[in-house]
Design a protein around this ligand. Structure first.
Ligand SMILES: Cc1ncc(COP(=O)(O)O)c(C=O)c1O
Length: 388
């Protein structure tokens, strides 16, 4: 790259929030709709339950869930939902866990060290790659993240998952759902939170269960004790109330109202196809810029595996690559800090365990015009950081 600093851009993104969660609120968001929240009332009141059920019904409709799949709101955000699934369902047979970035690695660790399952196969890959999807054994339970938020590597599609499988397929889809098509009938458990593609607030997890997952819950009792907040069954039967909005413990009805607002926005702009189209348009703008960039590249090695939501970029500039690991990390941090100080981009440093670089959220609540406005700032900030 020529050693010239481009002119400082004059236009900033209107909303410089490009964090990968909590993500930017929906376009046009204000606190006004929250005035309709069912506050100061019991979540078990008729009104409280109606709000919870509305959030579930809207989600079901927008995602096109199969009729016989359950959807519920659970404690502990996406982590709570995944852990609930792992603790409630695993142990009945062997398990294959796919890990190619921080979250998948976390699930492997919990399954090995907390649940202490020994019939465990880890299918791992370094940042930027996927493990061999063809090696997954679906006679076993399978755990994976659809989109690796910290590496920007996603599974390309669901073709590698057989429609009929003996084990359960447990999918952490928190940074994928609403932005990518999921093959629901191939998945037995799917989890997410509201503060990703919908731009909602943190707190709660969403869990979807297939009839086969329900059958496992009703026929299998894990060898370990289950804390109350993981309990999906009562006396060996599914607690159906959870899937009508009767949450295990107290939810935030303010957060629920905000999620309803986001879901209504999603519906109003055209539902799932529109959310996906907005996300893909953002990713395409960045891809065009990366193609021409002398200093940035995708961390994801294969185009079909590039995430359109958590877009992870590595720095390919030879001067950067000549630095040692600490020098690279310091440079990438200085770059992100500079963008933040200018008010051009907040929270776009790579995840703490990922290779140093940038991570830009491109999910549906992000406006393409803001991505366009961000790109000249990246070039400017890179050149300034290199000069410093
Ligand atoms: C793939 C994946 N799994 C789990 C989590 C944890 O989610 P939460 O903070 O909602 O528990 C994240 C958060 O970014 C994630 O990206």
């Amino acid at each position: 790259m020529p050693d010239v600093t481009p002119a400082k851009p004059t236009t900033k993104p209107q909303r410089p929030q490009f964090s990968s969660g909590p993500t930017v609120k929906r376009p046009g968001w204000s606190a006004a709709p929250l005035a309709k929240a069912c506050l100061g009332r019991s979540h078990r009141s008729k009104q409280g339950k109606a709000k919870l059920a509305e959030a579930l019904d809207l989600s079901r409709a927008i995602l096109g869930l199969p009729q016989d799949y359950r959807i519920g709101i659970v404690p502990g955000s996406d982590t709570g939902a995944v852990e609930m699934a792992l603790w409630s369902l695993l142990g009945a047979r062997g398990v294959d866990v796919l890990a190619w970035e921080a979250f998948g690695k976390g699930w492997v660790g919990d399954i090995a060290q907390q649940l202490k399952l020994t019939d465990l196969r880890k299918l791992e890959a370094p940042y930027g790659r996927l493990p061999d999807l063809g090696a997954v054994d679906f006679s076993r339970d399978v755990v994976f993240a659809w989109n690796g938020t910290t590496s920007g590597v996603r599974v390309p599609n669901g073709d590698w998952i057989p429609e009929s499988h003996d084990g359960l397929v447990i999918c952490d889809a928190t940074s994928a759902v609403f932005a990518m098509e999921l093959p629901w009938t191939k998945l037995d458990v799917v989890t997410w939170s509201w503060q990703k593609v919908l731009g909602g607030e943190g707190a709660h997890g969403l869990i979807v269960l297939s009839p086969r997952a329900v059958a496992r819950l009703e026929s299998y009792q894990p060898a370990w004790p289950l804390p109350k907040i993981f309990q999906l069954t009562s006396k060996g039967k599914l607690n159906e109330g959870i899937f009508r909005g009767e949450t295990i413990n107290t939810p935030s009805l303010l957060v629920v109202e905000d999620a309803i607002d986001a879901l209504r926005w999603a519906q109003a702009i055209g539902g799932r196809p529109a959310l996906i189209a907005r996300t893909e348009a953002n990713a395409a703008i960045i891809a065009r810029w990366v193609e021409a960039s002398p200093w940035a590249g995708f961390l994801a090695e294969t185009p079909a595996t590039r995430s359109p939501t958590s877009i992870c970029l590595k720095i390919t500039d030879p001067g950067f690559l000549a630095r040692d690991a600490a020098g690279q990390a310091a440079f990438a941090k200085a770059l992100a800090d500079r963008l933040e100080a200018e008010g051009a981009a907040f929270d776009i440093g790579a995840y703490r365990d990922a290779p140093p670089g940038l991570r830009i959220w491109g999910g549906a609540t992000v406006e393409s015009s803001d991505i366009e406005a961000l790109l000249p700032w990246l070039d400017w900030a890179f050149a300034e950081t290199r000069r410093a």
